[in-house]
Structure formats: structure tokens, C-alpha cells
Design a protein around this ligand. Structure first.
Ligand SMILES: O=c1[nH]c(=O)n([C@H]2C[C@H](O)[C@@H](COP(=O)(O)O)O2)cc1CO
Length: 160
């Protein structure tokens, strides 16, 4: 029994998580992204940790990384490599919407979109309406529910 638990544990720690959050769409939720990324790191490695960085402004990485094509190509590559995609979708962002759309077409990926109704916003129909109860999940939440929601999401993955 013990031996069979080892591979399970190590594959879980190697799970690749793509986190999406607004950058040029606006950085108002950056601190929350940081909390989310910290939580996600309990479940696997987060490929896009930079999205949560306090040093990243709404200009994005341009100053440090090079050009937009490099950012785009690197991110699409990470998206392809990832096992799951978790997105904070409250702050509207073209980039996040694009990432989710691309991920939907990458057949096996499971996606979780987190939306805070307390923002007073109404989530885009193109995200809310993509919910299928299986691969593409949309969860309305408040910040204090974050840990529970992620725990439920990742334990549902193990059951698959
Ligand atoms: O500098 C960047 N680096 C980067 O990784 N992205 C990706 C990751 C984010 O989940 C998403 C944010 O898109 P936007 O900048 O349109 O809000 O796009 C986006 C930018 C800037 O658009």
C-alpha cells in the first residue's frame, strides 16, 4: 500500500497548473492572485507565477521579457504543457479570455474559472456560457472560500 502511494504523491506534486489573471486588463486583484498562486502551489507547480507578482504593472512584462510575440508564444506553450487551468476572471482581461478559449480547444484540459459576484460585475456570457459541469467549471465565490474551493476542485481531479 505504501509503495503504491508514492507514485501518486509524486505525480500530484508534478501537476502543472496554468494560472490566468489580468495584467493589461488591470491589476486591481493582484494581491488576490498572489493568494491563489500560493494555494495552487500546494497542488502542483504553477507555470505562470509571474501573473501574481506585485512587481508586474499593467504594462505587463514587456520591459523585462522582450516582445509580445515572445510572451504569447511562451504562454501558449505553457498552456499546452499544463494539466489544469485555473483563472481568476473577475477583472475582465482579453488575455485571460483568449487563454481560456485556446484551452477549451486543447481537448483534455480541465478548467476552473473563479468569479467574485461581490465585484458588482456580470461575467461575460462567453465564459459563464462555456460551463459544461465537467471540463469547464465556473465558480462564484468570495475570498474566504478560496481554500475550500481549490481543495474540492483538486480532489475531484484525483477521482477522475
Ligand atoms: O506581460 C504579459 N504576460 C503574460 O503572461 N500575459 C498573459 C498571462 C495572463 O493570464 C494574461 C493577461 O492578459 P492581459 O494582459 O490581456 O490582461 O496574459 C499577458 C501579458 C500582458 O498582456
Amino acid at each position: 500500500l505504501e509503495a503504491s502511494m508514492v507514485p501518486g504523491d509524486s505525480s500530484r506534486s508534478r501537476m502543472k497548473i496554468y494560472f490566468c489573471g489580468s495584467i493589461r486588463g488591470g491589476r486591481s486583484d493582484q494581491q488576490l492572485y498572489q493568494r491563489i498562486v500560493q494555494e495552487l502551489q500546494k497542488y502542483g507547480s504553477v507555470l505562470t507565477e509571474h501573473v501574481s507578482s506585485p512587481e508586474l504593472s499593467d504594462e505587463g512584462e514587456l520591459a523585462t521579457t522582450g516582445d509580445d510575440r515572445d510572451i504569447h508564444d511562451r504562454d501558449v506553450d505553457w498552456l499546452k504543457q499544463s494539466d489544469v487551468v485555473v483563472a481568476e476572471v473577475t477583472q475582465p482581461s482579453l488575455g485571460v479570455g483568449y487563454e481560456l478559449g485556446r484551452a477549451v480547444d486543447m481537448k483534455k484540459k480541465k478548467m476552473l474559472c473563479l468569479f467574485r459576484p461581490s465585484s458588482g460585475r456580470t461575467l461575460s456570457a462567453m465564459i459563464r456560457g462555456a460551463e459544461d459541469g465537467k471540463r469547464f467549471l465556473v465558480r462564484d465565490y468570495s475570498e474566504e472560500e478560496l481554500e475550500t474551493i481549490l481543495r474540492e476542485f483538486f480532489s475531484s481531479l484525483e477521482a477522475v
